[in-house]
Design a protein around this ligand. Structure first.
Ligand SMILES: Cc1cc2nc3c(=O)[nH]c(=O)nc-3n(C[C@H](O)[C@H](O)[C@H](O)COP(=O)(O)OP(=O)(O)OC[C@H]3O[C@@H](n4cnc5c(N)ncnc54)[C@H](O)[C@@H]3O)c2cc1C
Length: 392
């Protein structure tokens, strides 16, 4: 009964399982989906250096494996209404890169293989529907009636977490208006676009909406910021994406679309990261939801996972309470930082847009204006312990 239950085989649950195995604990990972499931789209692309270090601590060599596959670029550019206002090319840094970019499905593939090598026991087709905790243990019940009992459970079952709901823990925060569209596109072999991240403010090709292009292994992601009154069908369907894509990336890509999705701006943090008995620890999107700019979701989720494993291995009420306090503080920091990024990306007040316009005009003579335009979309960096997030 000293085994630990982890619920959810997303990137955070897989990391929690790996971190628990690294501490010598037996792990049973319960996942609702079947073993041969297909996970969609690129979603969280960035794995930050801090996260790579955490993963390497869980499984030595894993960071090298992921970075060998992912892409790291040295050049970042910012464009304002068709005119470049910032461009920097940094020399490669020794050791681990500041980040690596790969589709979430690939990150999960590496994590899952590492879990299998580390002896995590996977139970697929196990949708947990009920949770009960006592002072000494936790009982989980699946929809088909199977029951598991353990000293601790790590809830990594995502944004609609059944465990969080079962424990009646509220999500607190806000959701912004509007949405953005995420499109994954495969490279044209032999004619790949330059390996750089480009943020384009008020792109003239899409009616002045802002667009970001981010490479990943095998292709790139286009992120289109829609306006609050845009209709989802006008921008967010595959047919719509095929219409507007050529004016953003040129011809030849409309038929290379791999995935199109829309994404809303939620900023929510669970009222508590544990149940009253300290037997269930909430991590990842089960505990917090952030808008994607700054890459805070998956990165901070993996930091939650590492902290949860440490607390469970310590096995004391104090360690679990400490996990809950520290990771909730990190989530609140991330939520505030994401809010700052959103205020810049989706300005509510005219003055913000006017400031951006002025900075773009002054950037050729005052480089710090270009630098501000480059960095502001991602919000402030660091802050709370292993909060994750920052410019990429
Ligand atoms: C459309 C979309 C676009 C995104 N784009 C970005 C992006 O551009 N950048 C970014 O940083 N992040 C992005 N994200 C967010 C990112 O995908 C998440 O931060 C990340 O997946 C969180 O990982 P997780 O492991 O906490 O949750 P999830 O990845 O949601 O994993 C949860 C797992 O739990 C399983 N599960 C759920 N309920 C149960 C249950 N009751 N019992 C058992 N298992 C269960 C699920 O099947 C799943 O495997 C995006 C998300 C979406 C949906």
């Amino acid at each position: 009964m000293n085994e630990v239950l982890v619920v959810g085989a997303g990137p955070v649950g897989l990391s929690a399982a790996l971190a628990l195995r690294a501490r010598g604990l037996p792990v049973v990972l319960l996942e609702a989906d079947p073993e041969d499931r297909e996970r969609p789209g690129s979603r969280a692309l960035f794995v930050h250096r801090e996260t790579l270090r955490l993963l390497d601590g869980m499984r030595p060599g894993l960071a090298d494996e992921i970075t060998a596959y992912g892409r790291t670029w040295q050049t970042r550019r910012t464009v304002y209404r068709g005119r470049e206002v910032y461009s920097r090319t940094h020399p490669p840094s020794p050791g681990l890169p500041p980040f690596t970019s790969l589709r979430q499905v690939d990150t999960e593939r590496f994590l899952r293989a590492a879990c299998e090598r580390a002896g995590v026991e996977f139970v697929w087709d196990a949708r947990v529907t009920d949770v009960r905790s006592t002072a000494a243990e936790v009982h989980l019940t699946a929809e088909d009636g199977r029951v598991w009992t353990a000293g601790y459970a790590v809830a990594a079952d995502g944004a609609r977490s059944a465990l969080r709901r079962g424990l009646d823990i509220a999500m607190e925060g806000s959701h912004g208006e509007g949405f953005h569209v995420v499109v994954d596109i495969a490279d044209i072999p032999g004619a790949e676009l330059p390996l750089e991240r480009v943020f384009h403010y008020e792109h003239p090709g899409v009616g002045g909406r802002s667009v970001m292009r981010v490479p990943f292994t095998g292709g790139f992601q286009i992120d289109l910021q829609c306006r609050d009154d845009d209709r989802q069908e006008a921008y967010g369907s595959p047919e719509a994406a095929r219409r507007w894509l050529p004016s953003v990336v040129g011809d030849g890509y409309a038929e290379r679309i791999l995935w199109v999705s829309t994404y809303r701006f939620l900023r929510k943090v669970a009222a508590s990261f544990t149940d009253p008995h300290g037997r269930v620890l909430l991590v990842g999107e089960a505990a917090h939801l952030f808008p994607p700019f700054g890459a805070r979701g998956m990165n901070s989720g993996i930091a939650d996972a590492a902290a949860a494993a440490k607390a469970v291995a310590a096995g004391t009420a104090e360690a679990v309470a400490d996990f809950a306090d520290v990771r909730r503080a990190a989530a609140l920091f991330n939520s505030a930082a994401a809010g700052e990024a959103l205020d810049h990306l989706r300005p509510r007040r005219r003055i913000v847009r006017a400031r951006q316009r002025a900075a773009a005009a002054l950037a050729p003579v005052l480089p710090w204006c270009g630098s501000w335009l480059e960095h502001a979309p991602y919000g402030p960096r660091g802050g709370a312990p292993v909060a994750a997030g920052g410019t990429y």
